[in-house]
Design a protein around this ligand. Structure first.
Ligand SMILES: [Zn+2]
Ligand SMILES: [Zn+2]
Length: 153
């Protein structure tokens, strides 16, 4: 989903200041990599992008990613690949994910009716939801085209 990376970065600076954490070059570089990614990055991909600008150890990468998640500025995903992926959190932009089991590509979709429906269904069982996760696994368009047999399944 498209997010305003500049705004998120401002909020991150504010969050750091509020918690008496120095806005180090390393922290800002990790945050920028996530905020301006436009896709769901693994920690390794974040680390590769950051390395082009500043030297950051793996521990700092993970700690900063954790910090972004706890600050509510990024979302952590587990798409069953054995590692996590991160995306900037856009308030009010609820969306779901389709994950290709062949190439790992993540496609997003958003639907207001679906979001309302999930809230309604939860209410019906007297549940008060604070968040949910919907993941659809299958084959993306290019993998279907690359393997016409798979499409029939
Ligand atoms: Zn695919
Ligand atoms: Zn997403």
């Amino acid at each position: 989903m498209k997010v305003d990376g500049t705004k998120l970065l401002e909020e991150f600076r504010r969050h750091l200041a509020d918690h008496n954490l120095p806005a180090t070059q390393q922290r800002l570089a990790v945050a920028e990599a996530v905020f301006f990614a436009g896709e769901h990055l693994s920690a390794e991909e974040v680390s590769r992008r950051v390395a082009k600008r500043v030297a950051v150890g793996t521990a700092t990468i993970y700690r900063t990613l954790d910090l972004l998640v706890r600050a509510g500025l990024a979302k952590e995903h587990d798409f069953g690949e054995g590692f996590k992926r991160y995306e900037p959190l856009a308030p009010g932009q609820a969306h779901e994910h389709c994950i290709c089991s062949s190439c790992g590509r993540v496609t997003e979709f958003a639907n207001d009716r679906l979001e309302r429906m999930i809230a309604l269904l939860a209410e019906e069982v007297e549940f008060r939801p604070h968040h949910h996760r919907l993941e659809v696994y299958g084959l993306c368009r290019s993998c279907q085209q690359a393997n016409p047999l798979a499409r029939a399944r």
